[in-house]
Design a protein around this ligand. Structure first.
Ligand SMILES: [Zn+2]
Length: 473
């Protein structure tokens, strides 16, 4: 029998606010244990939460970018459960009246666009963190009260590849909007996947398992592949898939059962009595809408149209907002977008990751000046690579390096003609072979002339003179 996997994804994204969602404590990542806490986020009785307006603004930004309807009235609710890292005994989240509903995210796989519908986006606070030592366990509450949004998709995802594309798209949007840094290692972008399989053609969904705790795109894809295979094997053996929460073990490359899956009613949700309903006025939403930046998918299309770049090149350049800005700054100086794109994608990204370009020592100004030296014939592309290396080492402007090292391209007719004549004289034997029909030797002569000029001869002129001289010999 053939099976079809069905998946829905839940993403928790940490909002990049300065302070926590219901108190004034800082959200800094690398503080000392329990340094960033107060009576509110440690759940002391009698303390009242106050909602962080910036967190709401950030959540609305993401809701707008994903084409959700923003509810005029949403309600914070208590989600009750006991865990040592949750001193209040409940998490403040949203339940039946979330911030936003019914969105859509477009993903693109091999040029094919697919829409993944969003069920909802709601706001909530993070819990603390348990740290288990050899003898004792500890609780660090710095995370407690960090603002999160949970982005819940409809079960529209059909493969691990689609899941990966969807998550990358969400992360890119959050980073472009500058509402979340998307750092998976530090836990600011986390993903749970609900996986089920059903025989092809069957309408009803199979029983799903939730796989939690996956902290890299690669692991998400692997965990999904594993889970699909496991569920198919369970069904094929005649048994039933049990609804449960499973954890991904990246050392063993498998999922294992963590607990039977809780149902919403287990949490005894009720409206948070310490917070008023969240009322969002339309004019505020409109105001926020006007601040939305051009997102990666739109930018990609614009780059393809405006700069005649291939889809591949454009998608590489827009993977980071700053990288895309960098490209456009260089293009302002050197008006050849394809050349700029090639240099950024091959030379610059060989040295720096896309996220490091923002802080790399090669400024767009300097790279632009270097490329102008190529297009105006001052230096060859080959010499430019050498200069590029020197620029990285010294931080100097390209012009200064070219002058200091005497690298200016030789475009003088007399000099180049002399070099060509010299080479043809020295390589008499090969010239005879060439004239006898071995025309492939042409490249060899070019190489010899370039060598003699220490790479500085203008290659176009070398070609031209060689052709002339070889005809006339
Ligand atoms: Zn606090």
């Amino acid at each position: 029998m053939n099976y079809e996997p069905v998946m829905g994804l839940e993403v928790h994204a940490q909002l990049k606010t300065q302070s926590k969602i219901f108190c004034g404590c800082s959200t800094k990542f690398d503080a000392k244990e329990n340094e960033l806490t107060c009576p509110v986020c440690t759940g002391m009785p009698g303390c009242l939460p106050v909602l962080n307006k910036r967190a709401v603004e950030f959540a609305i930004k993401m809701a707008l970018a994903t084409h959700c309807n923003i509810n005029e009235k949403s309600i914070f609710a208590r989600k009750n459960y006991f865990y040592p890292d949750l001193p209040k005994g409940y998490q403040i989240s949203q339940y039946d009246k979330p911030l936003a509903q019914k969105g859509v995210v477009e993903i693109s796989i091999d040029g094919q666009v697919k829409k993944i519908r969003l069920h909802r986006i709601h706001m909530e606070e993070d819990a603390g963190k348990n740290i288990h030592g050899t003898i004792s366990s500890y609780v660090n509450l710095n995370r407690a009260g960090i603002p999160l949004i949970e982005i819940v998709s409809e079960p529209d995802v059909r493969s691990s590849q689609e899941a990966g594309a969807y998550l990358r798209e969400l992360r890119s949007m959050l980073r472009y909007l500058e509402v979340c840094d998307g750092n998976m290692e530090e836990g600011s972008f986390r993903c749970d996947v609900n996986v089920s399989v059903r025989p092809v053609g069957q309408k009803e969904f199979g029983t799903r398992c939730e796989v939690k705790n996956i902290n890299s795109f690669r692991f998400v894809e692997k965990a999904i592949e594993y889970e699909i295979q496991r569920q198919i094997e369970v069904l094929e053996s005649g048994a039933k898939v049990i609804q449960e929460t499973r954890l991904w073990d990246s050392d063993q490359n498998k999922t294992f059962s963590m607990r039977s899956k809780e149902e919403a009613h287990d949490y005894r949700y009720f409206p948070e009595p310490d917070l008023l309903p969240l009322m969002i006025e339309q004019h505020w939403v409109e105001e926020i809408k006007r601040t939305l930046p051009e997102l990666a998918s739109e930018k990609k299309l614009r780059f393809m149209k405006m700069y005649q770049l291939s889809e591949y090149d454009a998608s590489q350049l827009v993977q980071e907002k700053f990288l895309a800005q960098y490209f456009e700054s260089v293009v302002e100086l050197c008006k050849e977008p394809k050349l700029v794109s090639n240099w950024i994608l091959s030379e610059l990204l060989r040295e720096f990751g896309p996220e490091q370009v923002a802080s790399c020592p090669m400024t767009p100004q300097h790279l632009g000046e270097l490329l102008v030296l190529i297009t105006n014939g001052t230096i060859s592309g080959k010499i430019a690579k050498h200069v590029f290396g020197k620029m990285l080492e010294t931080g100097q402007a390209p012009q200064a390096i070219v002058e200091k090292e005497g690298l200016v391209q030789v475009s003088d007719h007399v000099q180049i003609e002399a070099l060509v004549i010299e080479v043809l004289k020295e390589q008499k034997a090969f010239v005879d072979k060439y004239l006898a029909g071995q025309t492939k030797l042409f490249g060899f002569f070019v190489g010899e002339v370039m060598k003699k000029s220490h790479g500085k001869a203008n290659p176009a002129m070398v070609n031209e003179f060689l052709k002339k001289k070889l005809k006339g010999v």
